[in-house]
Design a protein around this ligand. Structure first.
Ligand code: GDP
Ligand code: MG
Length: 162
């Protein structure tokens, strides 16, 4: 079958918005209140004539206690069935404990990872993206899922690892 891309990251970083950007239509559920996106929804996507499956993740209750562990657990479950992982971070917030927990899971998984530094809505925010080199997952791709900025370069990088 076609290759599978899992989109992982903590609540509210913009995973579903980015999935919609990848799909080119409003299909994934966007919520300002985190925790309501259904768990692991798969969509058919195409970029530059290549078909792939995108799996949006979410659905946990984001109470402070154990959030990092739960996000990491969700990421682990998603990457088990994926050929590649799109790890989304809110670059305006920077890497949190939960992000670092996911990064450790991804390091251990051996799966190819593309790091999306989301919410880089303008050039001024590019420095926030560069700070994410510290996660040791390679180049952070600055993107604005909301406005589309950087999404072409990000998708080229994603297709290169699938
Ligand atoms: P998810 O929980 O990771 O799936 O996050 P959502 O896609 O539901 O987005 C959470 C919030 O972040 C929503 O209010 C989005 O509109 C907002 N958001 C997503 N991407 C961007 C972006 O690139 N820039 C800005 N400024 N806001 C964004
Ligand atoms: Mg979501």
């Amino acid at each position: 079958g076609q290759p599978v891309l899992a989109v992982v990251g903590r609540p509210n970083v913009g995973k579903s918005t980015l999935v919609n950007r990848i799909l080119g239509r409003r299909a994934a559920i966007i919520e300002d209140v985190p925790g309501v996106t259904r768990d692991r929804v798969a969509y058919d996507a195409v970029w530059n004539g290549r078909r792939f499956t995108v799996v949006d993740t979410g659905g946990w209750e984001p109470d402070a206690r154990g959030l990092a562990g739960r996000v990491a657990e969700q990421a682990r479950a998603a990457i088990d069935t994926a050929d590649g992982v799109l790890f989304v971070i809110d670059a305006t917030v920077g890497a949190t404990d939960a992000d670092e927990a996911v990064a450790r899971v991804l390091h251990r998984s051996g799966r190819p990872v593309v790091l999306a530094a989301n919410k880089v809505d303008d050039a001024r925010a590019e420095a926030d993206a560069a700070a994410l080199w510290s996660l040791g997952l390679g180049e952070p791709y600055p993107v604005s899922a909301l406005h589309g900025r950087g999404s072409g370069d990000l998708l080229d990088a994603v297709l290169a690892v699938l």
